[in-house]
Design a protein around this ligand. Structure first.
Ligand code: AMP
Ligand code: MG
Length: 416
């Protein structure tokens, strides 16, 4: 995290796009690299480009089971050829077949030198040691040329890529047994609030169970991060300062939920300012307006609001972009791609903030649309379990009426 000057923006709501620019400017990858066996690379962030050490496929080969011929030898209309050899995948024929012959060949088997066309078995008739070919033969058909997939030296994957199963596949296709990846980002997670008790403990008057910490931890793990649960903190400045200060010594990022607003019991922001620095803390975002980004020593700090809905949405919309960047990942965009669908109901007036509305995609009469969950109260955990994603509305002063195209993102796409 770069810390040369103060970016605290106090009194206005920072637009989300500006927050993303600040993040791009301020947040630099913190993790070192390590070499990891290919079997454990899925979800990790590639640290060095993957260069092809071989050509794929390494040789011309059959794309079908059938008979390979030399196109030039069929010019005279010759259709009945002697079968000179049988070539299966993994068993190349080393002797050059004589002129005027076909070879029986199987998918993936190397073509003998000079053979340039494969006729599929279904179109041929076998006649003892001979094959009768069809009249019409497409020159060069059913042949995979060496190098059509990639060529030795090609740059196959760029650093910063979060490795998908198919990326593991292409690395294996080059013969790689392991890859150099970024070390996993270490995240310490806290919840704050005098009213919270851990599930398993008895609820006393005025208390509720701490639901954010398990929820946020699960979301962070789904994104591929290593999370240390650092427990629950009371609404006391000294307790926050001590806990955050200590945790910053061995985590790359700290995340807390609750206590980040302006109430008399909200001490998170002041605690961070006393230990380090806040870059922003009020975004033009609904829900999730108070969300703090800053640092404590070398650790990034993300202060999420306490309302369960706000805490999860602000993690997905803002925290996710910060954390992937810290982890060395290169995202195509801060938010994953959205589908554009008509709103299935009137969605109200967004006002001066970007709105993220909990909702679900529904098909009615063959038409896909995004329906809002019936209540948008940000204290309702049930609105998160009862919806499948977020409808994004840009700030504006007119009603977003049913039928208006809106952006929709499934939760799953934001939890990776
Ligand atoms: P705060 O942001 O601390 O003012 O909290 C806002 C609301 O969210 C309050 O009603 C809190 O009780 C609730 N809340 C805060 N943290 C949690 C948590 N970890 N789990 C469940 N609810 C919470
Ligand atoms: Mg609180």
């Amino acid at each position: 995290m770069s810390t040369d000057d103060c970016f605290a923006i106090d009194h206005r709501l920072l637009p989300l796009a500006d927050a993303f620019s600040l993040i791009a400017e301020r947040v630099v990858p913190v993790t070192g690299t390590e070499t990891v066996a290919l079997a454990d690379c899925a979800g990790r962030v590639l640290a060095e480009p993957l260069l092809a050490s071989v050509t794929q496929p390494p040789f011309d080969n059959a794309a079908m089971d059938g008979f390979a011929v030399r196109q030039s030898e069929l010019q005279g209309g010759q259709r009945r050829l002697k079968i000179a050899a049988r070539i299966a995948a993994g068993h190349p024929e080393h002797a050059a077949p004589p002129r005027g012959c076909a070879v029986e060949i199987f998918t993936g088997a190397p073509l003998p030198a000079g053979f340039d066309t494969v006729v599929m078995a279904e179109d041929c008739k076998r006649d003892g040691g001979y094959v009768v070919l069809p009249d019409r033969i497409e020159p060069h058909s059913h042949v995979r040329r060496a190098g059509i997939d990639f060529t030795a030296g090609d740059r196959l994957l760029a650093p910063g890529r979060r490795l998908r199963p198919q990326d593991i596949g292409i690395a294996a296709a080059t013969g790689a047994t392991g890859l150099t990846v970024r070390k996993r980002l270490k995240i310490g997670l806290f919840s704050t609030g005098d009213e919270l008790v851990a599930p398993g403990d008895a609820l006393q008057a005025g208390q509720i169970f701490d639901s954010n910490r398990p929820m946020l931890r699960a979301a962070l793990q789904a994104m591929g991060f290593a999370v240390t649960d650092l427990g629950h903190l009371p609404d006391r400045m000294d307790a926050l300062v001590t806990a955050f200060g200590l945790a910053a010594l061995d985590q790359d990022a700290l995340i807390s939920t609750g206590g980040v607003s302006v109430g008399g019991e909200d001490h998170v922001r002041a605690a961070i300012e006393s230990l380090g620095q806040i870059f922003f803390w009020k975004l033009a975002l609904k829900p999730g307006k108070p969300i703090a980004l800053g640092h404590v020593g070398d650790a990034a700090f993300i202060g999420l609001p306490g309302n369960p809905v706000s805490s999860l949405i602000s993690l997905l919309v803002v925290g996710r972009a910060v954390l992937h960047r810290l982890a060395g990942a290169v995202l195509d965009a801060e938010l994953p791609p959205a589908v554009i669908v008509p709103a299935g109901a009137d969605l109200g007036v967004p006002g001066n903030r970007i709105n993220f509305i909990r909702g679900s995609l529904e098909t009615r009469d063959g038409q896909l649309s995004a329906l809002p969950y019936f209540s948008q109260d940000s204290s309702l955990i049930s609105s998160l379990t009862g919806s499948s994603g977020l409808i994004e509305l840009t700030a504006g002063s007119s009603t977003v009426a049913a039928g208006t195209p809106v952006l929709f993102r499934a939760y799953e796409s934001m939890m990776r």
